[in-house]
Design a protein around this ligand. Structure first.
Ligand code: NAD
Length: 326
């Protein structure tokens, strides 16, 4: 990675900040791009960037990826050789209230990143897609070749649209592009709106948590270090594939009720559960078939859910006390 000059969009976010650190550790120069979207607090994103800001190999451009001219200027100034595109509006449920905002940030944003990458002569773009685009497909595990024409939230439909935008851009320009379908990512710095982060905080404070549905909903939780490993492998190998979609999952789906019990054990408190109906836009289950990413990327997730939750809790607990328990 020594000669690589990599642009990482969404660098101040959960996955982006980890990817930037891993790239820097492998000798790449990194330009992070982020607009500090107000979906969650800027202070959390500044904390995510804390270690990176101290490194000479990292610089941050605060800009909105939909502003293509500004993006091209920043990428040219940096001398970008490749891009890892993670910026997005990322919540499933909030996308129902703001489908236009999601379409602009995610679909227009992705086209803007691809156009800027071509304008700057980049060799490849690796993009974040999502397991949510499998919708409520009956067949599990979900494979890259399965039909994905029935997404059930605006967020999922933007991610599917990004894949189509990516295919067309590759077809017309030859730019090597991959789409990584991440399956519920967790670990230190996890977005504060996601279940494990929310539940850890509420159970630790003795507050009730809401369990949507009967507890049988399940997710293929994937630890952040496994995702970062998969992203870096995809960055290395994308030029050999032209356009390619890969699943990056954990390969051990867990039911929601089992997840809540495990979090209670890790925190050392009995969860107080309030039952609520299933939420519109939520899929019943996810589970990644890793045959393709295993054989083509050498991807093999290593971290069990409980071990990952323990690590997330070790990172989160001191932050909760600093925030005065709130
Ligand atoms: N976390 C998961 O479980 C998960 C699962 C599937 C897919 N993904 C995808 O992975 C990527 C990263 O997710 P995350 O969990 O780290 O989310 P995140 O919200 O922590 O990070 C996304 C970052 O993108 C930035 N951003 C949003 N709109 C932007 C814009 N127009 N211009 C510049 N920056 C912008 C935000 O400020 C934020 O820092 C997203 O594309 C998301 O859709 C995440």
């Amino acid at each position: 990675m020594n000669n690589e000059r990599v642009v990482v969009t969404g660098a101040a976010g959960f996955i982006g900040s980890h990817v930037c650190e891993a790239l820097s550790a492998r000798g790449a120069s990194v330009l992070g791009v982020d607009c500090f979207d107000p979906y969650y607090a800027r202070a959390i994103k500044e904390d995510n960037l804390c270690r990176l800001r101290a490194s000479d190999a990292f610089a941050l451009a605060e800009l909105d990826i939909t502003r293509t001219d500004e993006l091209i200027a920043a990428m040219r100034g940096f001398g970008a050789t490749g891009v890892i595109h993670l910026a997005a509006k990322a919540g499933v449920r909030p996308s129902i209230a703001d489908p236009v905002g999601y379409a602009i940030a995610n679909v227009v944003g992705t086209q803007s990143v691809l156009s800027a990458s071509s304008a700057c002569g980049c060799s490849r773009v690796v993009c974040a897609s999502s397991s949510s685009l499998y919708g409520n497909n009956e067949k599990v595990p979900f494979s890259e070749g399965d039909a994905v024409e029935h997404p059930i939230s605006p967020y999922a439909s933007t991610k599917r649209s990004c894949e189509l935008v990516g295919f067309t851009h590759h077809h017309l320009t030859g730019l090597a592009i991959s789409m990584l379908r991440f399956f519920t990512v967790f670990g230190p710095r996890q977005r504060p709106d996601l279940a494990i982060s929310l539940f850890l905080g509420r159970i630790a404070r003795g507050e009730p948590i809401r369990m949507f549905g009967d507890g049988s909903m399940s997710r293929d939780f994937t630890y952040i270090d496994d995702i970062v490993g998969g992203v870096l492998r995809a960055y290395e190998r994308t030029p050999g594939f032209g356009y390619r979609v890969w699943n990056l999952g954990g390969d051990h789906p867990m039911r929601l009720d089992e997840l809540i019990a495990t979090i209670g054990e890790v925190v050392g408190r009995e969860p107080i559960i309030e039952r609520a109906p299933m939420q519109a836009g939520d899929v019943d289950r996810t589970w990644a078939d890793l045959t393709r990413s295993g054989s083509e990327l050498g991807y093999s997730p290593k971290t069990a859910v409980r071990e990952g939750i323990e690590r997330q809790w070790a990172w989160m607990e001191p932050r909760l006390s600093l925030a005065g328990g709130g």
